[in-house]
Design a protein around this ligand. Structure first.
Ligand SMILES: NC(=O)c1ccc[n+]([C@@H]2O[C@H](COP(=O)([O-])OP(=O)(O)OC[C@H]3O[C@@H](n4cnc5c(N)ncnc54)[C@H](OP(=O)(O)O)[C@@H]3O)[C@@H](O)[C@H]2O)c1
Length: 300
């Protein structure tokens, strides 16, 4: 890991934007060393079985933009049939047009009946479907002392980021279980391990996604379905307006390349984590949790 280990002044920490704080700055601010994760030991993440990364039929929710689009491009290049799905058909169409053979379907993961219909449709159109990326997500800033009466932001965030993947997984799992090899990849976030205080519901949903993914993996351990988690650090996308132009966030191509390199390992780790997110992943384990929350929030 590229960590200078040099303590930062409070002023320089506060100048960094929260989610965008470089790993090195966060490490220094929370008293971690260059040995983070090495002294305490990283979690045992290796799989026992290799996986096949070509010749699959792959659904990627939120595949028209950002991280989903980057993953869709890479899976397409690896020789998979890729279907991207989200709410905006025009955005999906623009992406699919760049990759011959890529398919699109509209989907709102917040709509329980719509998800059931979508699952029936995709299985009928693409019976070989065997890989699902639960990638769609939204992030909202919330002041808990001044919320909308209907809690619209909190409600939408839970429905999109947590209930959506749970209901899509439930709808597709019986089909995935019929395949010789099937894969579910859930996107959580580094902020599921250390919350960014101004985004409370977002971080709660991502902590929930991590926990749900662990249980899913264990419940499916004796089946042909393998379960992975992607927990990105801050990446240059339009998850929040303007984020894609913030130089402190990880460039999208670099994030996709590092994530795919993890996925291509034989066997791959169950958590596909880029180097930059380990500082958050291990904060609690290394006794830096409170300092990490303060550092992220202080910089927000
Ligand atoms: N970028 C980061 O810094 C970062 C860090 C950690 C985790 N993540 C996670 O990575 C995932 C991808 O985010 P991103 O950064 O690539 O941002 P993004 O470009 O905004 O992608 C989010 C995607 O989700 C889709 N989506 C949103 N609501 C949906 C719904 N109700 N039903 C179906 N699709 C929906 C959007 O498409 P439509 O608007 O067309 O529906 C969009 O394509 C998210 O889960 C996010 O939480 C991102």
């Amino acid at each position: 890991m590229n960590i200078p280990g040099k303590a930062l002044s409070r002023r320089s920490i506060l100048k960094a934007t929260a989610l965008a704080m470089p790993a090195a700055a966060l490490l220094a601010a929370t008293g971690a060393s260059a040995q983070t994760g090495k002294a305490s030991g990283r979690p045992e993440l290796a799989l026992t079985k290799p996986i096949k990364l070509s010749g699959n039929t792959v659904l990627i929710t939120g595949g028209g933009t950002g991280i989903g689009r980057g993953l869709a491009e890479q899976m397409h290049k690896l020789g998979n049939k890729v279907i991207i799905a989200s709410r905006r058909r025009d955005v999906l169409a623009a992406t699919a047009a760049e990759f011959p053979g890529m398919e699109l379907m509209t989907l709102d993961v917040r709509d329980p009946e719509g998800v059931r219909r979508f699952a029936a449709d995709i299985i009928q159109r693409f019976p070989d479907l065997n890989v699902v990326f639960n990638n769609a997500g939204i992030m909202r800033r919330e002041n808990l002392l001044d919320q909308q009466a209907d809690l619209a932001d909190a409600h939408n965030t839970v429905e999109t980021n947590l209930n959506g993947p749970i209901r899509l997984t439930a709808a597709l799992l019986p089909h995935l279980q019929t395949k010789a090899q099937s894969i579910i990849v859930n996107t959580s976030s580094g902020l599921g391990f250390v919350p960014l205080v101004p985004r409370p519901t977002y971080c709660a949903t991502k902590a929930g996604m991590h926990s749900y993914t662990v249980s899913l993996r264990h419940q499916l351990r004796n089946t042909n379905t393998r379960v992975f988690e992607i927990a990105p650090p801050g990446v240059q996308t339009e998850l929040m307006a303007g984020q894609s132009r913030n130089p402190n966030y990880m460039p999208l191509p670099q994030f996709i390349e590092e994530t795919m390199a993890q996925f291509r390992q034989d066997p791959p780790p169950v958590e596909l984590l880029v180097e930059r997110v380990w500082v958050l992943r291990l904060a609690e384990r290394e006794g830096r949790f409170d300092a990490a929350v303060d550092a992220l929030s202080g910089a927000a």
